[in-house]
Write a protein that binds this ligand. Sequence first.
Ligand SMILES: O=C(O)C(=O)CO
Length: 326
Amino acid sequence: MTSEEAKPFVLASSPGPPRGLVPEHVHMLEELFTVVWWDDFEANRDKFSNKIQGIFSQCGKPAVTEDLVAALPNLKVVSNFGVGVNHLDVAMINRHGIKVGNTPHVLSDAVADVGMMLILASARRLIEGVNIARESKVYSMFMMGNDINEATLGVIGMGNIGYKVAERARAFNMNIIYYNRERRSVTDEEKVGAKYCMSLEVLLRQSDYVMVVVPLCKETCAMIGEREFQLMKPTAVIINIARGQVIDQDAMVDALQKKLIHGAALDVTYPEPLPPDHPLLHNPNVIVTPHFGSQTVETRRKMAQMVIDNLVAGIEGKPLPSEFKA
Ligand SMILES: O=C(O)C(=O)CO
């Protein structure tokens, strides 16, 4: 058994909610590392600065600023608990000779499940239905939903998660179209029956459900805005399991109010959470969930293991099992 001092030092934001580490993950980390929690680090910078070799980063916590990176001369790796690294300045971190790890693949099924769940929940008006049953109101025959059978799903971003959404939608007999930087292979397309759209415009015009699954970056920030909502069907529902900022949120509120689109189902927004008086929380055609796409016990366990594997490899100077490069 390694002594505490011999274990490499890793900086992490303090455990517990919001979005903190659950005890199981803390235990996994502490088995291999001397974990320096952010509050302790802040109070004792001189004691820890030379010792920290890795940072456990989650949803922008701790904030990996250039000042922090420069203050940690032995830092080798920033390991992100999640696939999306939009909150990290990867180019800046890499410039300092430090690697960045993330956790793709292991969470794709869980996130795609939430995407499919949001399609079904909005099509079948799940939240309204649950509320009616809970309030013991007279059951209304007029609370009609819509079939997703034969409806068209437009997937924007056919990466790992987008493809998993398509696999699920295929099982529900949806017509699948997609828009992606690169076209998938014919074999991939045929497996899920997905048709490639040459332009976003074509996808937006044809889709009953528009699912956003692109990573947030300069090119995708606010890629769905006023013009895009105008192209969509008035019956369409937009679903976002990527990052809130990929959609211009004010334009979406406007599009919903003007009935340019029918509804929205959002696992991601900005900010998170939305303030209680936000219009998206008070529209019966909108479902908002708390960015919980990857949040299952099993998936989070796999993610925690991957974060740890990236930390170990980075600290030992080996290639990361999953490195994200700028
Ligand atoms: O891993 C991420 O980046 C996620 O947002 C999962 O929901």
